[in-house]
Design a protein around this ligand. Structure first.
Ligand SMILES: Nc1ncnc2c1ncn2[C@@H]1O[C@H](COP(=O)(O)OP(=O)(O)O)[C@@H](O)[C@H]1O
Ligand SMILES: [Mg+2]
Length: 260
């Protein structure tokens, strides 16, 4: 593992129900401070890859090694890794009836023991949560129940919750999948600015090529559980896209141009 690496995957494989190979021998190094996108069609294995990095879906083969912790081989290391890894989900995974602030406070739970987290969290955590809401420009909605927020605002609460963890790695699974184009640009631009400012390494999955090209430093193209491209966004060419999006397989009779 070299100095710039924050997480290394070595020949990681994931099998669901003993038969389907969702990830096949993935070797990958995520570097400090980079903003990388996993690009792939539906079913390519993007969510599985992101979930495997913090063992929400444990790998069935291979090893995951984290800078400063070593191989994720025991529950103590895994807990430390999860604490420093923020996660943003496609469907927000927020508690709708609770306020934006209460949801962001959830990001602080990893800093407390189970028993302590049953009591109201200290003022210092509330202060951190408010600062995070301010960074995503939602301080005026701190006390608003999440169910009253728009899709873009909910995703900003999701970003603030992940930030409240003070992560060094951010994993975002299709964070713009349910947003309109204007909100998508706003979310990606906000996420990139914050992660670059704070030096948080980010891996997010997307299925839209243009968003990936515009916002990422690096693109990792995934097709049928394998990496078919890994390089700077500027090096992604048409023949790579044809591998990432096996058009005939997904949309029989349609051209690549019509699909992306
Ligand atoms: N919990 C699961 N059980 C069984 N198969 C799954 C599960 N989650 C995903 N899969 C399968 O694994 C493959 C990769 O899925 P996924 O990682 O969700 O891809 P993507 O996020 O790129 O759409 C697909 O064939 C999908 O049907
Ligand atoms: Mg997915």
């Amino acid at each position: 593992m070299d100095k710039s690496a924050i997480v290394c995957l070595e020949k990681v494989g994931v099998t669901y129900q003993h038969r389907l190979f969702a990830l096949k021998s993935i070797s990958l190094q995520l570097n400090r401070g980079e903003f990388a996108v996993v690009l792939g069609a539906s079913g390519a294995g993007k969510s599985t890859l992101l979930r495997t990095i913090n063992h929400l879906t444990p790998p069935t083969q291979g090893r995951i090694i984290v800078d400063g912790l070593g191989e994720l081989s025991n529950s103590h290391r895994l807990r430390s890794h999860r604490k420093q890894t923020g996660m943003i989900f496609q469907q927000h995974q927020l508690i709708e009836r609770c306020s934006a602030l209460d949801n962001v406070m959830m990001g602080r739970l990893a800093y407390h023991s189970f028993w302590r987290s049953l009591l109201p969290l200290p003022q210092s955590d509330q202060k951190i949560a408010l600062q995070c809401l301010d960074r995503v420009n939602l301080i005026d909605k701190a006390l608003t129940p999440v169910k009253k927020l728009s899709g873009g605002q909910k995703q900003r609460v999701g970003i603030a919750r992940a930030l409240a963890q003070h992560p060094q790695l951010m994993l975002a699974d299709e964070p713009i999948a349910s947003l309109d184009p204007a909100s998508s640009h706003q979310i990606l631009s906000l996420l990139r600015t914050i992660c670059k400012t704070d030096g948080i390494s980010t891996l997010l999955s997307l299925h839209q090529v243009e968003f990936a090209r515009e916002y990422s430093d690096r693109i990792i193209g995934l097709a049928r559980g394998r990496i078919v491209f890994d390089g700077p966004s500027s090096k992604l060419e048409r023949h790579h896209l044809e591998e990432i999006y096996p058009v005939e397989e997904i949309y029989p009779g349609r051209s690549l141009q019509a699909v992306i």
